[in-house]
Design a binder for this molecule. Structure first.
Ligand code: NI
Length: 179
């Protein structure tokens, strides 16, 4: 079990266009995915992208089969490994909701995302992944895949009156200060 350092906003490595994975089912890739899940779970994150630990590859993990204390009311998103993803909006409808990011600790912002999307890609064995999702699941996959194109959620905020410190916005939440 290896918990890796999570890069924070301001680090130029978070702004790169990540490279596609070309070799699947390698020891190196399995180790990366294991480290991503360990790091995500240690930080109670909803997801984590390889660039957030300084790895320049199109690899994201998200979801859990248990309730996330940072998002106690969120519906469960299945534990997912997604490589070389492509997201296609299925309608122009967008919804705004609060997001946080482990690379932007202590803050939350209201972010518009497509409500319904299809995503495709591969798992760590090179098997295709294809899902049609909505709501929180759609939000999480859009947030994580944004990390692969150098986008952090504050870059998607339109109304900056709805961006602030978690402890101020949600004093009732028993969230860790560095979420
Ligand atoms: Ni993030």
């Amino acid at each position: 079990m290896t918990i890796r350092e999570i890069l924070k906003m301001g680090d130029a490595r978070l702004l790169r266009l990540a490279q596609p994975v070309t070799e699947f089912d390698t020891d190196e890739l399995h180790l990366l995915i294991s480290d991503l899940f360990d790091t995500m779970q240690a930080a109670s994150g909803a997801g984590l992208a390889a660039p957030q630990i300084g790895i320049d590859l199109q690899v994201v993990v998200f979801g859990t089969n248990e309730i996330n204390p940072r998002y106690p009311d969120a519906p469960l998103v299945p534990r997912t490994v997604l490589l070389n993803p492509v997201i296609t909006p299925l309608s122009p409808d967008q919804q705004s909701d609060w997001e946080g990011c482990l690379s932007v600790p202590g803050l939350r912002g209201m972010v518009p995302r497509f409500s319904h999307v299809r995503y495709t890609g591969f798992d760590q064995y090179g098997d295709p992944v294809e899902r049609t999702v909505e709501g929180f699941h759609a939000r999480v996959v859009q947030h994580e895949c944004d990390h692969l194109i150098g986008k952090l959620y504050p870059m998607r905020i339109r109304d900056f009156t709805q961006f602030g410190y978690t402890e101020v916005l949600f004093p009732e939440l028993d969230a860790p200060a560095d979420d």
